[in-house]
Design a protein around this ligand. Structure first.
Ligand SMILES: Cc1cc2nc3c(=O)[nH]c(=O)nc-3n(C[C@H](O)[C@H](O)[C@H](O)COP(=O)(O)OP(=O)(O)OC[C@H]3O[C@@H](n4cnc5c(N)ncnc54)[C@H](O)[C@@H]3O)c2cc1C
Ligand code: FES
Length: 358
C-alpha cells in the first residue's frame, strides 16, 4: 500500500498553455494495483536538486478510459510542477504511489441523481474524472459544473468539456465563470466566491434537486462555496471537498497550539504492511510521521501539511493531538483515523495502524 512503483511515462501533452497532462504506462502485473476510483489522486516522487520531492496529482482519466493520466499545472516558482514540465517525456520513469483519496461517492447504474461541482483552475482534474465516469456509469444521472477561470485560454480540458456538453446535452450542464473575459450574462463574470455561489443558486441551480456536491479549488473558494451551500440549506453530508494546498503553514499552527501534555516520551507502535514496529519519541517535538520516518520506517506521505490524506492511519490504542486537518471527514475522525503528519502523541503509549482502510 505504501510502496512506490516505478512507472514509465507513456506520453505527455500540453493543455491550456501551462498544464502538462502525463499518461503513465501501467504494466499488466500492476493493473490491479493502479485500478482507481474517479476523483482519486496519485502521489509522485522525484529527486530534484538532490532532494526527494513528493507531490499529489488527481487522476483526470475516467475509470472507463483504460488510461492513467494526471494534469500538472505549472505554478510560478513551483519546484515539482516546473521540473515536471521540463523533464517528463515519453519513456521517463517516475515513482508513483497507488491511487488514494476519498473524493468520490459510489456510483450505480440505476442511480438517477443530480451532481453539482464547483472548481477553479487545476481543481478541474478530479472533477473531470468524476464527470466522465459518472456520465458513462449512470445513464439517468445529471451533472452541473461551475468552472472558474481567468479566461477561456487558461481553461484546462476546455475542448473536452465542450465535447461532453454536446454529447450529453440533456445531462451535462456547464457554467463558465471568468474573471478576465467578459461574458454576456453578468452572472458568469467574476470570481467564484460566496456571493457568486449565492447568485447562481438563486438564478440557475436548484439546490433542492442536488444529491451530491463536489468542490475543488483554492482554499478560500472551497470554504466560501461550501459554507454558502450549507447556509442556503444544502445538507453538509452532501458536500465533498478536495484541497490542493493551504495558505496556513504548519509552523504557525504548531506554535499557536497550546499543548496540555508534559514534555515526556511516548512509546509508539506502528502497524505497517502486516508488521509491527515500536519506538520511543518525545511527545511535543515531532509528528508521529516524522518520528516514524526518522526511525527508518517507509511510512507513506506527500504534502506533510494536513491536506492530501496520504499519511492517513488509524489510532487503535492511545490518543493523539491533531493540528491541521483539511483532508479527513468527520466520520473518519469518529472512527479513529488521523493524519500522521499532523498528529502528536497525547498519551504515554500509542498504536497507529497504517493497514486499516475502514
Ligand atoms: C490531493 C491533491 C491533489 C492534487 N491534484 C493536483 C492536480 O491534479 N493538478 C495540479 O496541478 N496540482 C495538484 N495538486 C497540487 C500539487 O500537489 C502541488 O502542490 C502543486 O503542483 C505545486 O507543487 P510545486 O512543487 O510545483 O510547488 P511548490 O514548490 O510546492 O510551491 C511553490 C509556491 O506555490 C504555492 N502553491 C503551491 N501549490 C499551489 C497551487 N495549487 N496553486 C497556487 N499556488 C500554489 C506554494 O504556496 C509556494 O509558495 C494536488 C494536491 C493535493 C494535495
Ligand atoms: S502527508 Fe498530506 S495530509 Fe499528511
Amino acid at each position: 500500500m505504501s510502496a512506490f512503483h516505478s512507472l514509465s511515462v507513456h506520453s505527455t501533452r500540453i493543455e491550456a498553455r501551462d498544464t502538462l497532462v502525463v499518461r503513465f504506462a501501467v504494466p499488466d502485473d500492476l493493473r490491479e494495483v493502479f485500478h482507481f476510483t474517479q476523483g482519486q489522486y496519485l502521489t509522485l516522487r522525484a529527486q530534484i536538486e538532490n532532494e526527494e520531492v513528493r507531490r499529489s496529482y488527481s487522476i483526470c482519466s475516467a475509470v472507463q478510459d483504460g488510461t492513467l493520466e494526471v494534469a500538472i499545472k505549472k505554478i510560478s516558482e513551483g519546484l515539482f510542477s516546473n521540473w515536471a514540465a521540463q523533464h517528463l517525456r515519453a519513456g521517463v520513469k517516475l515513482d508513483v504511489m497507488p491511487p488514494m483519496g476519498k473524493f468520490f461517492t459510489p456510483l450505480a447504474t440505476e442511480n438517477k441523481k443530480h451532481y453539482l461541482a464547483f472548481c477553479a483552475g487545476s481543481g478541474i482534474t478530479p472533477i473531470f474524472s468524476i464527470i466522465k465516469t459518472t456520465l458513462l456509469t449512470e445513464p439517468q444521472s445529471r451533472l452541473t459544473l461551475v468552472y472558474g477561470n481567468r479566461a477561456s485560454s487558461t481553461m484546462i480540458f476546455r475542448t473536452a468539456l465542450s465535447d461532453l456538453k454536446d454529447q450529453y446535452m440533456d445531462r451535462f450542464n456547464f457554467i463558465n465563470v471568468m474573471t478576465r473575459e467578459q461574458q454576456d450574462a453578468e452572472l458568469f463574470n467574476g470570481r467564484i466566491n460566496a456571493e457568486k455561489c449565492q447568485s447562481l443558486c438563486q438564478h440557475w441551480i436548484n439546490l433542492n434537486d442536488i444529491d451530491q456536491t463536489f468542490i475543488c479549488g483554492p482554499e478560500q473558494m472551497t470554504e466560501e462555496v461550501a459554507s454558502t451551500l450549507v447556509k442556503l440549506g444544502l445538507d453538509k453530508s452532501k458536500i465533498k471537498t478536495e484541497l490542493f494546498g493551504t495558505q496556513t503553514s504548519t509552523k504557525t499552527r504548531r506554535t499557536e497550539s497550546v499543548r496540555a501534555h508534559s514534555d515526556t516520551h511516548c512509546e509508539v507502535t506502528v502497524v505497517l504492511d502486516g508488521r509491527q514496529f515500536t519506538f520511543s519519541m518525545e511527545k511535543d517535538k515531532q509528528s508521529v510521521l516524522e518520528a516514524g520516518l526518522s526511525q527508518g520506517l517507509d511510512l507513506r506521505y506527500s504534502c506533510k501539511g494536513g491536506v492530501c490524506s496520504t499519511c492517513r492511519c488509524k489510532v487503535t490504542e492511545g490518543k493523539v493531538d491533531m493540528d491541521m486537518n483539511y483532508a479527513l471527514e468527520d466520520y473518519e475522525i469518529a472512527r479513529g483515523f488521523v493524519l500522521s503528519c499532523q498528529s502528536f502523541p497525547a498519551t504515554n503509549t500509542l498504536t497507529i495502524d497504517f493497514d486499516q482502510e475502514n
